[in-house]
Design a protein around this ligand. Sequence first.
Ligand code: PLP
Length: 443
Amino acid sequence: MSVQLPDDPAREAVLAGRPTLWLNPGLQANGIADPALPVRPAQVRDAQANWQQLAPVLQHCFPELAESAGAIQSRLIEAHSLRHALGYEGTEYGRVFVKADGDLPVAGSIKARGGVYEVFMHAKGMAEQRGLLTPGGDITVLAGDQARALFARHTIAVGSTGNLGLSVGIAARALGFRAVVHMSADAKPWKVERLARLGVEVVRHPADYTTAVEQARLAAEADPSMYFVDDERSELLFFGYSAAAGELATQLERAGITVDEGHPLFIYLPCGIGGAPGGVAYGLKAVFGDAAHAFFVEPVQSPCALVHMMSGSKEPVSVYDVGLSNRTEADGMAVARMSAFVAEVMRPLLSGVFTVADDDLLRWLWMAGKTQSIRLEPSAAAGFAGPRFIVDSPRGQACLKAHGLADKMAQATHVVWTTGGAFVPEAQYQQFLKRGGALIESA
Ligand SMILES: *Cc1c(COP(=O)(O)O)cnc(C)c1O
C-alpha cells in the first residue's frame, strides 16, 4: 500500500526522515469531555484505586517495593545541570523536569505501569471468578499456594520489541503463570536472555513488531488456557499507564509548581505503538485539562503516530506506506503502525508529534548520564528535543501564539518523560555512552 499524506507544513520533512514538529489539527478545547471518545476520565480514577488495592500483593511479590508500600513510582528530577548541557538554560524555557520512568522498579521501564497492572488485574479477576478471592478481600491470596497452582495451569502471552515482554514476563512469573513472549527482530539480545533466565518462553520472529503481535494473538486465540496482553487494543494497559498522571500531579504540587492556564505544562512522551504515551497523556488531560499540552516523540524512520494521525485515515497507515524504513536504534519505539484505539482517543487530545534522529538520542543519553546520572536507553532520551521544538522553532512559536501561550513560557513547566534504562546491562550502557560521547565531540 502506498499512501499520500495530506498537505501539511511538516509533510516534506517527515517523508525525508528529517526531525520535525507536526501540530495536530484535531486538537480540541476540552477534548477530554468529547462524548465520542471510547473511554472516560473516571477510568483513570478507577485505575488509581486498583493500583492501591494491588499494592499489598505487589509489595509481597517484589521486595524492592517495600519502601513505597507496593507503589510502582518514579522520581521527578529537576534538570538543573542537564538543562545547560541541552541548551535550555534561558528563562524562556521555564522549568525543565525529567520523569524518570527508566528507573521504575520491577521492570526498569515505563512498561511497569502497563504490563504489571494488566497481569495483576487479570490474576485478580481469575481468582475472583474461581472463588479464591472475594471482592474487597485480602489481595495477598494472589501470591498464595492455591492461586499459584491455578496460575501455573495458565499462560500469559504478549508480543513485544522488548520492554513490554520484560514487564509482562516478570509479572507473570512472579505469580506463577507460564509466560510466552513473542519478540520482533529489533529485540535486543540482553532482553531475550533476561526473559529466558526468568523461565519465560521466548519466540523470536524474523519480522517487525506488528507481525510479532499478530502471531502472538493468533497463537493465543487457538489456546483457551492462554491470556493475551494485546498492546494494540488493551484498555487495561492504557489505564495502568494513565495512573501516572496522579503521581506526577502530586510530585509537581510538592515541588511547588502550579499548573493552570497561566502556567502551562508541556509533556514529552516517547511513542511506539502509543499505549504508554497515550495512557499517560490521557491521564494528564483528565487531571490538568487544557493546561496540559501533550506531545509524542518518535524516531525519524518510525513516526507511526505522526503519519497515521497526519493522514486523517480511519484505516491504519504505517510508516512503510509512506516510504520510511522503521529502522532505528530506539527499539522501544521501533513500531511501524500505531494502535488504532490509541489514535482514536488521542485525536482531540494530542497537541502534536515531533521526530528525532538516532544520533541525537545517543547524545542526549550521554548528557543525561554524565550531568545528572540519569541512566537511559536510546528510546528513553527522545523527549529531550521537546523544549527546543516548542520554544525555538517557528512552528512551535506559532502554536504557542495560537493558544495564547507566547508570553507565559517563563512560567511553563516542561516534563521530559524518560521511559527506560535501568535494566540495560553495564557493558551495553557503556557502549551507548561511548557512541554518544564521540558524537558530541565530533559536532
Ligand atoms: C514501550 C516503550 C516506549 C513506547 O511505548 P508504546 O506503548 O509502545 O508507545 C517508549 N520508550 C521505551 C523505553 C519503551 O519501552
